[in-house]
Design a protein around this ligand. Structure first.
Ligand code: GLP
Length: 241
């Protein structure tokens, strides 16, 4: 694990964007793994500036989002399909037809999840997987005690995660109970895992991920086994290291 400690969230975004550009350089068809949440927003903003400046062109890149809520209409502003379109696809001038988000509305959710996972596996994993971390150590929506070898599937959200995400909805009751998420095994197939975190609220999860025992209690700790995990965090998120 490489841990880079930055002054604040803006610097996390700049450093992560520089890394991203260098990891993707020279790839004919870059394959990105995309996270939602507030953590990667500074990274996406910085990447958009580099796209504007012509430093990087992602118009031909492929991308797979980490997760999606079950049962939230695509046009809902907080469906992850909407969030990815608004925060990544449009600002980074990506081709929407080449960006996939798990299907949380399929009649057969399990079959749709299997097909999604197979599409990632067929590419040999994504080139760079952007990750945030939940306050309980989840990555994607792999809540504590998710299997380390899990693939894309339906999961039940923990109350803590629903409360953390209630800020995006009118109330916690509106936060869905279920989601579809790439598994920890799917995430571990990425060539580079680039995790960004900022703020004191992430300090316990960051400490467990970087310095704790590898344990299903803190799913992000599996990244200690990733051949190329890069953790870019601000001083507040690093405060318990
Ligand atoms: C969300 C997402 C994760 C994200 C995490 C942290 O629920 N499913 O992909 O990394 O929780 O969110 P945030 O960055 O807003 O703190």
């Amino acid at each position: 694990m490489e841990v880079v400690i930055c002054r604040d969230a803006d610097e996390v975004g700049r450093v992560a964007a520089d890394r991203m550009v260098s990891y993707l350089e020279g790839l004919d068809t870059p394959v990105l793994g995309l996270a939602t949440g507030s953590s990667p927003l500074a990274l996406y903003r910085e990447l958009a500036a580099r796209v504007e400046a012509g430093v990087i062109d992602l118009s031909h890149a492929l991308a797979f989002a980490l997760d999606e809520y079950v049962g939230v209409p695509l046009e809902h502003p907080e469906s992850y399909a909407s969030v990815i379109r608004r925060t990544v696809v449009e600002p980074l001038k990506m081709d929407p037809a080449r960006v996939r988000v798990p299907d949380g509305l399929a009649d057969d959710l399990a079959a749709a999840a299997d097909e999604y996972d197979a599409a990632i596996e067929a590419l040999g994993g994504v080139d760079v997987q952007v990750l945030g971390v939940g306050s309980n150590g989840h990555i994607g929506f792999n809540e504590p005690f998710s299997s380390f070898s899990s693939r894309t599937r339906v999961k039940t959200l923990m109350q803590q995660t629903r409360e953390d995400n209630a800020r995006f909805f009118d109330s916690v009751d509106e936060v869905p109970q279920h989601c579809v998420t790439q598994g920890l095994g799917t995430i571990m197939d990425s060539h580079v895992a680039l995790l960004v975190a900022s703020g004191e609220g992430k300090a316990d999860a960051v400490a467990a991920m970087v310095e704790g025992c590898v344990s299903a209690q803190w799913p992000a700790s599996i990244l200690q086994f990733h051949p190329r995990a890069v953790i870019i965090i601000d001083e507040a998120a690093a405060s318990k290291l």
